[in-house]
Design a protein. Structure first.
Length: 317
């Protein structure tokens, strides 16, 4: 890959959610980040100005809808509108972390489905494609009527553990919903899987029940897509050690890490928590136990492949 991408019609812009990752992606592709300003009116309304011509260009906007999710989502919607009115040829939304994804169905009466609402908003604003990473529920892809490329974090996380951990490994899903993800990692590490059977009495409160599978004397690697308050993952880690696991690592794609998460991780049986930079980690969250891997090359390669109309599925391995 040369340092300079030759097609001047590929433009990469970033908003405020993850400028570091956006810079890495632009560098990988070999382009300069597009010039735009995001400012506020005195009452807090967002004002966006695109400071270069994008007429007839294929534009890629990098924005995770992470905390503060409403600010970042609104920035993105206004940017899409600005690009549409400036005659961009295509408006490709690169969303390493898709916020509002955890409400993906009606679990109880009179609940919203915010994952679908967010998809509707992006489409109505004028997005022509979405590139995202490890959706909380894969079926969210079906909420869009535009192309969506759904990248996987498992190969990056697996590669790290291949080089890091030696011994008898078992990959553990902290709940039934994550079994497919755990199996993908287990296939890459050539290891068996185990499942933690838990009950969740209310949101953000987890209760571990029992462990399905053999973990005795093994090095357990817990894998999840999102770690938010870290209640599930730390209870799972402690339960694994209590039931005979030799040591426990944990990993996830999206380190939301809100509220008591860092304290819980620091005081748990987790030896190391491996995350990606899909969400910016604040300095106070960068503790000795947390290792951050970059998804820039994965997303950069996906953007190049989409732009050059090549297959993206090769990146899933």
């Amino acid at each position: 890959m040369s340092n300079q991408y030759l097609d001047p019609n590929l433009k990469v812009f970033t908003l405020n959610s993850n400028k570091g990752l956006a810079s890495e992606i632009a560098k990988f592709i070999g382009v300069e980040l597009g010039k735009c300003s995001v400012t506020r009116f005195s009452d807090g309304e967002i004002q966006i100005n695109i400071e270069e011509s994008i007429r007839g260009c294929d534009v890629y906007v990098i924005q995770s809808t992470s905390n503060p999710v409403n600010e970042h989502l609104m920035e993105l919607l206004i940017m899409i509108d600005a690009l549409k009115r400036a005659s961009a040829k295509t408006i490709n939304i690169v969303m390493p972390y898709y916020g509002y994804a955890r409400q993906d169905r009606k679990a109880r009466a009179r609940e919203p489905i915010t994952a679908k609402l967010a998809a509707n908003l992006l489409e109505t604003a004028g997005a022509t494609r979405v590139i995202t990473l490890d959706l909380h529920a894969p079926q969210i892809q079906g909420f869009f009527d535009i192309p969506i490329d759904h990248l996987m974090g498992v190969p990056i996380l697996s590669e790290y553990f291949k080089n890091k951990v030696e011994g008898d490994i078992v990959v553990v899903s902290p709940d039934h919903g994550g079994v497919t993800r755990a199996r993908k990692m287990a296939d890459q590490l050539k290891a068996p899987i185990a499942i933690i059977d838990k009950r969740r009495p209310r949101p953000n409160v987890a209760e571990v029940m029992n462990i399905v599978g053999n973990i005795e004397g093994k090095i357990a690697i817990l894998i999840d897509d999102i770690i938010d308050t870290a209640g599930t993952i730390t209870l799972a880690a402690n339960a694994l050690v209590e039931n005979g696991a030799a040591e426990v690592y944990a990993c996830c794609t999206h380190p939301v890490l809100s509220g008591p998460a860092i304290d819980r991780i620091e005081n748990s049986q987790i030896k190391e928590l491996v995350v990606t930079n899909s969400i910016v980690l604040d300095e106070e969250k960068k503790t000795g136990k947390i290792v951050e891997l970059s998804v820039a090359s994965l997303i950069g390669e996906a953007i190049i492949r989409v732009h050059e109309e090549q297959s993206v599925s090769v990146l899933f391995d």
